[in-house]
Design a protein around this ligand. Structure first.
Ligand SMILES: Cc1cc2nc3c(=O)[nH]c(=O)nc-3n(C[C@H](O)[C@H](O)[C@H](O)COP(=O)(O)OP(=O)(O)OC[C@H]3O[C@@H](n4cnc5c(N)ncnc54)[C@H](O)[C@@H]3O)c2cc1C
Length: 334
């Protein structure tokens, strides 16, 4: 184990993690940064996000999170703040403990142990994919070219005047359909329960009926279209029904990557999101959270940035207060 105790360690290298790192180094705080292993990256939203249309100044990026993040890290490496960044390239954190003195011990994927006084936890979430004949492969080419989407605020506008299928069976999925219908008036709209029992209550069902949004129970057996071009034309169901669709929206919930927080007994909500105050401080002293894994936030890049800045600034304030108290002690000659 290295004897160095870093003031801050940032876990996760998506929108929240990179903003946390940027703010820490610009605050002149040394920061140990774990962006995650190749496996962590592959299962993160950061890796799958492509064109970003709902934020200014991002349209030129083909990969709207990865490219600006890499530019930011490159800039830090060339700046006068470079010495503040301790980048553990392609490394993730495997386990976490906190000792009696309040120091965090982080064991990385390679077995090395690192120490930090504060943590900003930014491991994100992932959208649940529909299994079609036991695999997610049929949906991915369309997801990659954004004719199948997941995030309402990010990509809801894609359904404008398009025949749209919602995949999901919950009340939440029904509200995705209702909201998209009310906003964009797609040329057709229906819900694919994909073999699951409907959890849509009577009140919500009445709204679906009012808008003519039908639900189809049978499992999806095939995604129709040209996967190479990402051109969706519809869905074939196991009962033989064929349905036209130009857009799909998946609403099957999220996998929340809060396992490391669980190891510290951090308070989570019923869905597994990490509960924190306005500064991102969780139930464990010194353990802050930012981004999608934080409870009660919009799951967006700009909220990931904002929550990351809150946490980095709160930690900086604590570090400055401690240093100020030391300086004052010396100044007074005690
Ligand atoms: C298809 C899609 C399109 C989207 N489009 C937009 C959009 O247009 N506009 C918008 O504002 N938002 C969009 N979003 C939402 C946006 O992607 C998220 O809000 C944002 O990525 C959240 O950032 P994050 O840092 O919290 O998590 P992520 O970006 O998911 O990053 C998580 C990070 O944690 C790392 N990690 C995980 N486990 C470990 C570990 N054990 N150790 C170390 N590191 C670990 C991963 O490697 C990754 O770097 C979209 C989401 C999806 C799915």
């Amino acid at each position: 184990m290295s004897s160095t105790i870093y003031p801050v360690a940032v876990i996760g290298g998506g929108s929240a993690g990179v903003m946390a790192v940027l703010r820490c180094v610009l605050n002149n705080d040394e920061c140990l940064f774990f962006p995650g292993s190749a496996k962590d990256r592959k299962r993160s939203r950061a890796m799958w996000v492509r064109k970003i249309e709902n934020m200014p100044a991002h349209l030129s990026y083909e990969r709207g999170i990865e490219q600006p993040n890499n530019e930011t890290l490159d800039w830090i490496a060339q700046s006068s703040f470079a010495r503040n960044l301790h980048l553990m390239k392609s490394t993730g954190v495997e386990s976490l403990t906190r000792d009696a003195a309040g120091i965090f011990h982080l064991t990385d994927h390679k077995g090395a142990v690192h120490q930090a006084r504060h943590i900003i936890f930014c491991t994100g979430v992932m959208d649940v994919q529909p299994l079609i004949s036991g695999t997610i492969a049929p949906i991915l080419p369309y997801a990659n070219l954004q004719t199948v989407d997941y995030c309402l605020r990010c990509d809801g506008h894609h359904v404008k005047e398009k025949a749209t299928a919602i995949i999901g069976h919950t009340k939440g999925a029904a509200w995705v359909a209702i909201m998209l219908y009310e906003r964009y008036r797609p040329s057709a709209m229906y819900i694919l329960l994909h073999g699951q029992a409907s959890q849509i209550d009577a009140e919500t069902q009445e709204l679906l009926d009012m808008y003519g949004i039908k639900t189809h129970e049978a499992e999806i057996s095939k995604v129709l279209g040209d996967p190479k071009k990402g051109m969706l034309t519809g869905f074939k169901l196991a009962d033989g029904t064929g349905l036209h669709a130009e857009m799909g929206f998946v609403s099957l919930g999220m996998l929340v990557y809060s396992d490391l927080a669980k190891q510290l007994d951090v308070k989570l909500d019923e869905r597994g999101f990490v509960i924190a105050d306005a500064q991102g401080l969780t139930s464990v002293p010194g353990f802050y959270v930012a981004g999608d894994v934080m409870a009660g936030t919009k799951k967006q890049i700009y909220t990931a940035w904002d929550t990351a800045v809150n946490a980095a600034d709160a930690i900086n304030m604590k570090l400055r207060s401690a240093r100020r108290a030391e300086d004052l002690k010396k100044f007074r000659g005690n």
